[in-house]
Design a protein around this ligand. Structure first.
Ligand SMILES: [Zn+2]
Length: 1006
């Protein structure tokens, strides 16, 4: 009937699982968010379920409903674990509702899910859920629950709590006969149109009479004629919980369209239903009801959103305003005007009214006052009213001091008066109530209201409810509870109260799981990646640390929680490095162009890593704090190594006319005096020119005066990559002019050519890198990457491979080799290739299939030298995509042809003296196991029918070389004497031990 009227407009509602867009990206796979500061759980919006959520929260915050449901045990409802068992009677709806309530009470998550519950209704799609509006849903939910509780002690649960009756009466004015009809209700629907509020509506419905007279007479059955009569309705039976639905949505028959009544419609916090009831002889208290839930519809009549204001009767949530935390009773200031605060009489009366017997020790009264208004008596009132005790004495018509003046109480009549005021106000609506009700400012006793909006739960003030009287966002359903319903003291702030044991256990376990999950996520968030560089894996040369073997082997990545201390880190490293002996010093290290340099030592084992300002991805040098490989290493930023380009103009031995420029990289500590260049290079003191720019232009060179030789490189502004030009004497003015010539002449001197073979486009295909025989391969590689203008990342994952005369790429050269060690000749070509060079324990091998190797057709592989022949064969077969396992490996001989086979499958490559750069061949055919022979068996069959077996002697005499294979190639090759009357039949190969006897061979052959 309402069509899409209740289609939710959830555009303002985050549609992700946890209701927080910003967290979605990172937290999607993590544990659900914990409860917010209110400590109450919301319910996730599953897409159009906000009205369901509002209703479920209302039921949840009806403790009597919740507890009645909890009282139904597994013996009556069955158990969800059995729900898939065919013959088990499981009442899924109440069980799912129980579980949802337990989650709302106890599970530490921001919002619960209703998926299981809606499944139990059989609602599998949003469409089915959207068919109902919240009033319908209330009935559907109750009816579904009632049906599923038939035959249990909970069969009357809904009736007990929500069922009421109305009586419709028609009284004949003549015979006074009363004809009546009773109606049941679970909720009352009241008009909004042209009505000012709930009481007004109830008055119209249950007080006003409809009179039949004149042309509208009533037919009385008793009088049997048309008579004057009066029709009225009354509430006959009041349920403990009264649900009121407001008819906000109407149909305009003139305009023929739906519309939403947005006019003001008031409803009281407390309502006295006595005037609307049939019987009025009961105690007044029986008719008093308190508002505890307001479902609010926001939006027009074509869609919208629901949320709910709920009074937390049991004080389960944390009702305080976050922004006001720490401030004393700010809401008092909100509610009372300054005048009232200024009147100490009102404040003191209010305080005493909250106390038991309206009595309190005088000194406590002072404290309470401070707490209430945030300022002490002496500061606020003393100047005007004198001391507190004096003030109490002066107002003896209100306050009664004990004889020793230690306690004060409210005088009986004045407390009655105050109470009366309160009650009177209570009958009215909010304005007066909120400003007058005592204890409103005390958080422990004033009503705790929350706005529950799907996942979000926020505390609100009672007076905020007034804002829902009218407008586009306004109250839609009201829920009242009988004020006489008392909550047991044990239930207060006790979410475990009356929750069945099995659900308590289930929630406890689930919370534990959530905690663990969160701790894991938390530590992931706080995790650091640290790169540990182990001192013993480094050597110091060329002014910096370089890995002995390779970067990968000397660097260990460690994931570590930054909230842990340096001591924890040290302990973890100790555990990692079982071999470590003696002191362990951890120092910050950094890669500089010259290599790895060690900076400050980390100190303060009880400080956390974030406190000592270690960053994610930090390099940490692990060492003994003194030496590396026997060399005391310089540490700190002062002596940071600078990789400089040294250009040295040396006069050739032939004579003065031919000067040769030598360029080579050299590392100097930043704090060394520039004059040390001469000693370091073992050349006589000459003229120094420095170029701190990238360009080699003439103007960029500056001559360093001799007196500045004592200054350090840093003081001279020398940086990594700066160039230093050394000249024998200052008199040659042509020096700078010659620069172009030097650059040109560089081609004639020592360099290596590096080709970019990384298959990454760069501006240059190849570059010339100047070097000496003592230059380290690593430096050449880095320089080449830089000059080829390739990505820096390549530094970590590339290698240099010599290119031979035929253009073949040879085995990569280790980074830590000097050119001399790598046997690289000046002028030779190197390929910069992707992938790391093999470590010292790895072999770089070429391999090919078959014995006829085409140059350049070899495949390449890096394997551990300790790998067995068997595994190596396996990897090579895999790599070459060859099927089957009938293959073996052979070395290549000096003329690149198939050499000896690798027979011992179990032996390691190292044991068989295979070296990097070797080429292995994959040859078809399986080798017999070690110590076995493969013997082909031929059947010697004389044509003569009575022929005998020929001895196998001949064959076994011809034992092939160990490991070889015999195969008959053609009939001509077959052994035998060639007599025409003899024929031989090849039967197959027999694998047999070398030590086997002839008899054994014979029996195997047969
Ligand atoms: Zn009558």
């Amino acid at each position: 009937m309402f069509g899409d009227l209740f289609e939710e407009d959830c555009s303002s509602v985050p549609d992700n699982q946890y209701g927080k867009g910003k967290k979605l990206k990172t937290k999607a796979l993590e544990a659900p968010a914990p409860r917010e500061f209110t400590n109450l759980s919301g319910i996730r919006n599953q897409g159009g379920t906000c009205y369901l959520n509002s209703l479920l929260q209302t039921l949840h915050f009806t403790p009597e409903f919740r507890e009645a449901l909890f009282s139904l045990g597994p013996e009556e409802l069955g158990s969800l674990e059995d729900k898939d068992k065919p013959d088990a009677k499981v009442r899924i709806i109440p069980l799912q509702l129980q579980r949802l309530f337990a989650q709302l009470l106890l599970l530490d998550q921001e919002a619960a899910s209703t998926a299981d519950l809606t499944d139990s209704f059989g609602w599998t799609s949003n469409e089915e859920m959207r068919q109902h509006d919240v009033q319908e849903l209330n009935r559907i939910l109750f009816s579904a629950l009632e049906t599923s509780l038939v035959g249990t002690s909970g069969h009357d649960l809904i009736n007990r709590l929500y069922h009421g009756t109305i009586v419709n009466q028609i009284v004949c004015k003549e015979c006074k006969n009363v004809s009546e009809k009773q109606e049941d209700f679970l909720d009352l629907t009241v008009a909004v149109k042209n009505v000012s509020g709930l009481e007004d509506a109830l008055w119209n419905m249950y007080v006003e009479e409809e009179v039949f007279d004149y042309d509208n007479l009533y037919h009385c059955g008793t009088c049997d004629k048309l008579v004057k009569a009066a029709k009225s309705a009354k509430l006959r039976k009041l349920p403990p919980f009264l649900t009121v639905s407001l008819l906000r949505f109407n149909f305009d028959f003139v305009k023929c369209e739906r519309y939403k009544e947005t006019s003001c419609y008031t409803f009281p916090l407390r309502i006295n239903l006595k005037p609307f009831c049939e019987q009025s002889e009961l105690d007044d208290l029986e008719y008093i009801y308190d508002l505890f839930s307001v479902i609010i519809h926001k939006g027009g009549c074509y869609g919208g959103h629901y949320h709910v204001y709920i009074k937390d009767v049991d004080h389960l949530g944390n009702w305080q305003f976050q922004e006001e935390k720490g401030k004393p009773d700010v809401n008092l200031k909100d509610l009372r005007n300054e005048e009232e605060i200024d009147d100490p009489l009102i404040i003191l009366k209010a305080i005493l009214l909250q106390e038991e017997n309206n009595l309190i020790p005088v000194d406590q009264l002072g404290q309470k006052l401070l707490k209430k208004i945030g300022i002490s008596w002496n500061k606020k009132y003393r100047k005007q009213y004198g001391p507190l005790r004096k003030f109490l004495q002066l107002h003896s018509q209100i306050f009664l001091l004990s004889s020793d003046e230690s306690t004060v109480s409210l005088l009986k009549n004045s407390s009655l008066r105050a109470k009366f005021d309160f009650q009177r106000n209570d009958q009215h609506i909010f304005k007066t109530l909120t400003s007058e009700s005592p204890g409103l400012n005390d958080r422990s006793s004033c009503p705790h209201w929350f706005d529950i909006n799907d996942s979000k739960v926020q505390p609100i003030k009672e007076k905020d409810i007034q804002q829902q009287f009218q407008g586009k966002e306004s109250a839609y359903m009201l829920f009242y509870r009988k004020s006489q319903l008392q909550r047991p003291p044990e239930a207060r702030a006790n979410p475990r109260y009356r929750v069945p044991c099995h659900l308590l256990n289930e929630m406890d376990a689930a919370n534990l799981e959530l905690q663990t999950k969160r701790a894991e996520c938390d530590s992931t968030d706080n995790n650091f990646e640290l790169h540990l560089h182990l001192g013993p894996h480094y050597q110091f040369f060329n002014g910096a640390l370089h890995p002995v073997v390779s970067q990968t082997e000397s660097m260990w990545d460690l994931t570590f929680d930054k909230r842990k201390t340096l001591g924890d880190l040290r302990q973890s490293i100790f555990q990692l490095l079982e071999f470590w002996e003696g002191d362990m010093v951890l120092s910050v290290a950094k890669f500089v162009p010259a290599g790895l340099h060690v900076y400050q030592m980390l100190d303060g084992d009880d400080l956390t890593l974030s406190e000592i300002e270690i960053a994610d991805g930090e390099d940490i040098f692990v060492w003994n704090g003194v030496e590396v490989g026997g060399i005391q290493i310089p540490t700190g930023s002062d002596c940071e190594p600078l990789l400089l380009n040294v250009l040295h103009l040396a006069t050739s031995s032939e004579g003065e006319t031919c000067q040769q420029l030598i360029e080579f990289p050299h590392v100097f500590p930043a704090n060394a005096e520039v004059g040390t260049v001469f000693t370091a290079l073992a050349i006589p003191v000459g003229v120094l020119l420095i170029n701190n720019t990238e360009s080699m232009g003439e103007k960029s060179w500056t001559t360093i005066p001799k007196e500045d030789f004592k200054k350090t490189f840093r003081e001279q502004g020398v940086r990594n990559g700066s160039s230093i030009l050394i000249q024998d004497s200052n008199d040659d003015n042509s020096l700078l002019a010659k620069q172009g010539q030097w650059i040109a002449s560089m081609n004639e001197i020592d360099w290596l050519q590096v080709k970019n073979l990384c298959e990454i486009e760069s501006e240059e295909e190849q570059v010339k890198i100047s070097a000496t025989v003592n230059t380290v391969v690593f430096d050449i590689r880095i320089k080449a990457i830089k000059e080829l203008k390739l990505m820096k990342e390549l530094a970590e994952n590339s290698c240099l491979r010599p290119i031979d005369r035929n253009g073949k790429l040879l085995c990569p050269v280790p980074d830590n080799y000097t050119l001399k060690e790598a046997e690289l000749k000046m002028g030779s070509s190197l390929g910069l290739c992707p992938g790391k060079a093999p470590t010292s324990s790895q072999l770089f091998l070429f391999f090919a299939v078959g014995s006829d190797v085409q140059p350049g057709a070899e495949m390449e592989i890096i394997v551990e030298e300790t790998i067995s022949v068997r595994d190596c064969l396996k990897i090579m077969l895999e790599k070459s995509g060859l099927p089957g396992d009938a293959w073996h490996l052979r070395k290549t001989d000096w003329c690149c042809e198939a050499g000896e086979p690798l027979c011992e499958e179990g032996a390691t490559l190292k044991e068989l003296m295979i070296c990097s750069g070797d080429t292995l061949l994959l040859i078809e055919g399986k080798l017999p196991p070690l110590g076995f022979l493969t013997v082909p068996i031929w059947w010697y069959q004389p044509q003569h029918p009575s022929g005998h077996w020929k001895s196998h002697q001949d064959q076994t005499n011809c034992t092939p070389p160990q490991g070889g294979i015999w195969r008959p190639i053609s009939a001509q090759d077959s052994p035998g004497d060639g007599h025409a009357e003899v024929s031989l039949h090849y039967l197959g190969d027999v694998e047999i031990s070398e030590d086997a006897t002839l008899m054994e061979l014979k029996s195997q052959g047969i």
